[in-house]
Design a protein around this ligand. Structure first.
Ligand code: MTE
Ligand code: MO
Length: 470
């Protein structure tokens, strides 16, 4: 045993599924149990311990603590755990996050429990469609684990006016309605909050510019489902709402819930779908398996994951997330005197743009005397980005960037990436970027003018500093 290789708990964590091999630890031993999984008497429950210590599970399932179980495990030993890490590798069985999925290590983690992580922008700008494993993740609670084969999952759809309801499992939903795909960008209301925090601290996750991504979503149109429920295209219900409820619950057992205007849901050109696929594959748990709402042009908070209930109602959702979060205020407001009921919930998002490459503070090499810049731009409400402007002299003169992805003026849900090659000579340059959308809306120059204590809608010019390599 002493001559075997030494592994860290980090090495262990990298072997948590069958594609990488499944490793576990027990006391100071590291074991590769990939080939044992099939013969485990407790079935695939053994995977709960994948990449971590099995000790807490063995404490729970005392049957394991027998000499022959230990002897069996020793047959799979491949090494020893780094001294002192035995405790680290332990996970607490009472930890509600213990069953969260594995994530790609390239994500920049903002909080672990709940898991919140963003895509490094240098990677984000590489693809028009953000690969699912690099897509930012924003959770408020542990990730629900839906087992479709158990038959427990269903979607309830009700209208408090029609006194009528539908209940569908995923197969029924897929067969009852035609499928529809949309390419749409998803952005958190708090994207770029860290830039706003430079003015004055706000309350929220310290997002840089990667709480945004672009994906192809496939599902059924919410409009079709609501028509089936008896909801009509009419002026009468024009200002009604559709509430969505997820399977994730807060400590008081209230589910994550929010609403959108019924007019958006019923708009045949609104492209609101109940999605079961992302980028051509079944939704992952982190992104809402088995079903999530996709509300193109609208802030991420409304794209409810692990969707289990839809209600059409005269009033907005009364949830915390609809009423007391995801709103913006006058820059002089503060937590002591703010009245959340005075501001509407954020729905469509304003125009924004970001320099992804180079990064703020980077030292760069010029190509033929030119600075190469790349980034993304997007606007909410289906308004396409019509222009991206760059200034290298604090707004005295402006250059027009080249748009890399096709843009329509309306019903444009996806971002466009842009690039520019600009001559520079100064050793230190501040780069400013701003976008203009199809309504000729543009961004405010300074974050200080749109500062709000929640740190949402941080859409000021993106300003970065770069130095030239000597
Ligand atoms: N849906 C549920 N059920 N629970 C949540 O915590 N977070 C919302 C939204 N939908 C959330 C949710 C927020 S604030 C955002 S920004 C997006 O999901 C993030 O989606 P993603 O994790 O797929 O990127
Ligand atoms: Mo969000």
């Amino acid at each position: 045993v002493d001559g075997l290789p030494v592994y860290s708990s980090g090495d262990l964590a990298k072997h948590a599924d069958e594609s990488t091999g499944v490793w576990v630890s027990y006391k100071s031993g590291v074991y590769d149990i990939t080939h044992f999984i099939k013969s485990h008497p407790g079935g695939n429950k053994i995977l709960l311990g994948a990449g971590v210590s099995v000790e807490p599970f063995w404490n729970l399932y005392a049957i394991h603590k027998q000499p022959n179980t230990l002897a069996l495990l020793e047959e799979y030993r491949i090494g020893n755990l780094t001294k002192g890490e035995e405790a680290d590798a332990m996970i607490n069985m009472s930890d509600p996050y213990a069953n969260d999925p594995q994530r790609h290590p390239v994500l920049t983690i903002r909080t672990k429990k709940p898991f919140n992580a963003e895509t490094p922008t240098s990677l984000l700008v590489e693809n028009f469609i953000t690969p699912t494993e690099f897509f930012y993740v924003r959770h408020h609670f542990p990730v629900p684990d839906v087992d479709l084969s158990s038959g427990d999952y269903s979607l309830e759809i009700i209208s408090d006016d029609e006194k009528k309801g539908l209940s569908l499992n995923l197969d029924q939903l897929k067969t009852a309605y035609a499928s529809h795909s949309v390419t749409a960008s998803l952005q958190c209301s708090g994207n770029r909050r860290s830039e706003m925090n430079r003015t004055k601290p706000t309350k929220g996750l310290e997002w840089a510019q990667g709480a945004m991504g672009n994906a192809v979503w496939k599902g059924v149109r919410l409009r079709d489902v609501l028509l089936d429920l008896g909801i009509k295209d009419s002026d009468e219900n024009e200002h009604w709402h559709v509430e969505f409820e997820g399977l994730d619950i807060d400590p008081t057992s209230a589910p994550y819930a929010v609403s959108i205007p019924l007019s958006k849901a019923m708009d045949p050109r609104g492209d609101v779908i109940l999605a079961y696929e992302m980028n051509g594959e079944t939704l992952t748990r982190d992104h809402g398996f088995p079903l999530r709402v996709v509300v193109p042009g609208t802030t991420g908070a409304r794209w409810v994951k692990w969707l289990t209930r839809i209600e059409v109602a005269r009033n907005e959702s009364q949830s915390h997330w609809q009423q007391n979060d995801y709103k913006s205020f006058n820059p002089s407001s503060d937590w002591d005197k703010v009245d959340f009921s005075t501001a509407p919930a954020i729905q469509e998002m304003p125009v924004t743009s970001v320099v992804c490459d180079p990064q703020d503070g980077e030292t760069v090499e010029l190509k033929d005397g030119k600075l190469k810049l790349k980034g993304y731009a997007w606007s909410g409400g289906g308004r396409g980005v019509v222009r991206v402007d760059i200034s290298l002299d604090s707004g005295k003169t402006w250059h027009v960037a080249e748009l890399l992805d096709p843009v329509k003026l309306s019903r444009q849900w996806a971002w466009t990436r842009w690039q520019a090659n600009l001559p520079v000579t100064a050793k230190e340059t501040e780069v400013w970027v701003r976008a203009v959308d199809a309504s000729y809306n543009t961004q405010p120059e300074g974050m200080e003018h749109i500062w709000n204590m929640r740190g949402v809608l941080a859409v000021g010019y993106h300003k970065i500093k770069v130095s030239l390599k000597a």
